[in-house]
Write a protein that binds this ligand. Sequence first.
Ligand code: ADP
Length: 375
Amino acid sequence: MKISNAGIAGKPADCSRKNEGSRGVNMSDSYEFDNPCAGCGTAAEMDCSSCGTSDDMGCAGCGTAAEMDCSGCGTSADAGCAGCGTAPAAPACGTDDGSNCASCGADCSDRTQPQITKKPLNQMSSVDNVIAVVSGKGGVGKSLITAMMAVIMRRRGFRTAILDADVTGPSIPKTFKVTENATANDVVIFPVETKTGIQLMSINLLLEDATDPVLWRGPVIAGAVEQFWTDVLWESIDYMFVDMPPGTGDVPLTVFQSLPIKGIIVVASPQELVGMIVEKAVKMAEMMDIPVLGIVENMSYFECPECHGKHEVFGKSHVEEIAKKFNIPNVARIPIDPKLSAAVDAGMIELFDGDWLDSFADKIELQMKEGTAVN
Ligand code: ADP
């Protein structure tokens, strides 16, 4: 089996190191790479220019798959693949990968509505319900809510998984105190299981040192996330929660396009809910034709342990009003709770105590069972 080269941006090209593995990936010798230019160790656009060759869409020299290259350039081929140096017109619009047209501003004759090209799972895997957890910006508790939703579904007896797509800020393994590296055979990568049996895959499970920064360009990150979907053994999973990168950039767009996401959960702080940032996330989901299952207002209030009064430290709650505006029937409010941050810091989120998300999760379970969230 193969994993594409996710090199460290900025390293000089050194094609004599072809076929070396990606840094830190703990895999068997039989593991091959889509992109033999592991030696280049650079993000896709640098690989392309360093190899200097191109096939109709990608770099023949690099050996990368065409689609990786095009998204790798960070520009749609229509707009001119500066990094690859490939011919712009034919590959962009002549392919059946509509994602190029999605990001290309050119008004060419091949222009079509974005086609969603979902990536297939490997043959041994099955995932019934994929739910993406999104936020407009970082630090609002997206990873915490992802973890809590997975814990709740696991407590209900479902086979549950988390795909950590927040590649540059991966916090899921730490939240569950998972420190061992993922392993692989020549067919699949094995997820790491938490104490209660939640299956995890995160870039931090593939790095030698979890404190190493991931200095990859967006398209390489998107490629890694796609491989977390296609190459990991996801055995009979009922619920998979995808901890998305914050915002509405290139990586979330690719993940939305390539994974069969049945719905999204929007996480926001009270301040964010009054701004446009949440609206952008909701509108992005609408444009991708993915239903918004619910909104979680995190850090919504603080409950005084003495008098049990609720104090809205970040201002009045706006979650009901936003939910109404976008016709989203499912909302939850999570307080600022030092016990939650302590549970995250200790890697003990599986022991969290609190019913804030219970009825929220009930509704999502129902939507999934009835198929009402399915496009
Ligand atoms: P994001 O994924 O949006 O970047 P995180 O889930 O990593 O955000 O949360 C950022 C920090 O805030 C973490 O340390 C987390 O434990 C803490 N945190 C998030 N929500 C709460 C909350 N409701 N109460 C206490 N701490 C919280």
